[in-house]
Ligand binder design. Structure first.
Ligand SMILES: *Cc1c(COP(=O)(O)O)cnc(C)c1O
Ligand SMILES: [Zn+2]
Length: 392
């Protein structure tokens, strides 16, 4: 069960970078993708071999970086819950929720930080910095604590208090920035450039957060008997969930793990107040442009510009998927429906996937017989309010 990581490929110019050194973006500005010796991996990573492996994302060690010495808090292998009440309410026969709030630090960001901090430590980093809307920051802080790395976070000044409290508890240094996450990212770059030894762990600006996130795809496949559903719905900010799972599907095909070659249709959900990917998808554009004045209470979706925009749009289009925006009111109503119907207190981003499923069934894009998986990316516990819910 050794890692078969071999090299890093630029998603834009296809040139190779060395996986034995810390890498950011390609010289051309493209996102780097981890590539493995999949023929070798396929010999030990088989359906049968997985039975006896640990219940964490590290069970897929062959196709992960740094798996000899992982920085782990037990992330991954979250439940795939069948949501019978919601299926009936939305109008499909079968609906599942991948329950990512059960990860360490309460969100799927733990997956990416486990692999990224593993590689940062393995390649000699002592200090990491990143921008965050909340969950990435607290996850980075937790894994940096385990790995013994210093961490500096740049957060929008209006990031809800529970996120800041959690990150501070783990020992992170917090900088509050007057602006959105793109402004925070610029502050991180200035910080990293001015002081040697800092590693930038921003979304898709290093290759390994994506590798942790992709394991959601391996898990859904394994949990469904290697028969992927027809539709996968992702709340989309920076897009690592969607892009990572798309990468996992391609790898699983080469590893001959899947039952059939029909791929799921990938759906990106954004907030009406910040929907750059939805806009670009509708316009048929290859890339997105920055969204001005982004607003939504789903802080993970308040990402006005994503460096992986082209990869997100490619995955949606290649899969014959779609991109859809929902309002904060629809998200809030869906959050309550998930809580009251299924006992899951989802983050607003998780609620957004249910609101999107409802719309897509209503307009016939999803048919009743198709199997749908929603990603609940995080817990609702860190958000101070749900619009419209009065609490005594
Ligand atoms: C970060 C985050 C998202 C957006 O994730 P991406 O895969 O980067 O688009 C969605 N939901 C929650 C709860 C998040 O923390
Ligand atoms: Zn390149």
């Amino acid at each position: 069960m050794a890692s078969t990581l071999e090299w890093l490929e630029c998603s834009r110019c296809r040139s190779a970078s060395d996986a034995r050194a810390l890498q950011g973006l390609c010289r051309c500005g493209g996102v780097l993708l981890a590539r493995y010796r999949l023929d070798e991996a396929a010999r030990s990573l088989t359906r049968e071999s997985l039975g006896g492996r640990p219940p964490t994302l590290w069970r897929y060690a062959e196709v992960l970086p740094g798996s000899a010495q992982p920085v782990s808090l037990g992330e991954g292998w979250t439940p795939l819950l069948e949501a019978r009440f919601l299926a009936a309410s939305v109008g499909v026969d079968q609906l599942w929720i991948k329950e990512e709030s059960l990860n360490p630090t309460g969100s799927f960001k733990a997956r990416g930080m486990s692999t990224a901090v593993t590689m940062a430590r393995a390649l000699g980093a002592k200090r990491i910095a990143l921008p965050s809307a909340g969950n990435a920051g607290s996850a980075a802080a937790a894994y940096a604590a385990v790995a013994g790395l210093a961490v500096e976070l740049f957060l929008p000044a209006d990031t809800p208090a529970p996120f800041r409290l959690e990150a501070a508890a783990y020992g992170a240094t917090l900088h509050l920035v007057d602006g959105d996450i793109v402004d925070c990212g610029m502050r991180v770059r200035a910080h990293v450039d001015s002081a040697p030894g800092w590693v930038d762990l921003s979304t898709l600006r290093e290759p390994y957060r994506l590798e942790g996130k992709k394991t959601i795809g391996y898990e859904i496949a394994e949990q469904m008997g290697w028969d992927l559903p027809e539709v996968l719905i992702f709340p989309t900010g920076g897009g690592t969930g969607l892009v990572g799972v798309w990468k996992a599907i391609e790898e699983m095909e080469q590893l001959r793990l899947l039952q059939n070659r029909r791929r799921p249709r990938m759906v990106a959900v954004q907030a009406e107040g910040c929907a750059p990917i939805v806009r670009a998808f509708r316009e048929g554009a290859p890339a997105a442009t920055r969204w001005i004045d982004p607003h939504t209470y789903a802080s993970g979706l308040r990402v006005p510009a994503a460096i992986g925009d082209q990869l997100i749009l490619e995955a949606i289009r290649e899969s014959k998927g779609t991109a859809i925006a929902v309002s904060d009111e629809e998200m809030a109503a869906a959050q309550l429906e998930m809580a009251r119907g299924e006992g899951i207190f989802a983050a607003p981003e998780g609620g957004a996937t249910l609101a999107a499923a409802r719309k897509l069934v209503a307009d016939g894009w999803i048919r009743a017989a198709e199997r749908v998986v929603l990603l609940n990316t995080g817990t609702g516990l860190k958000y101070p309010r749900i619009p419209g819910l009065r609490v005594p």
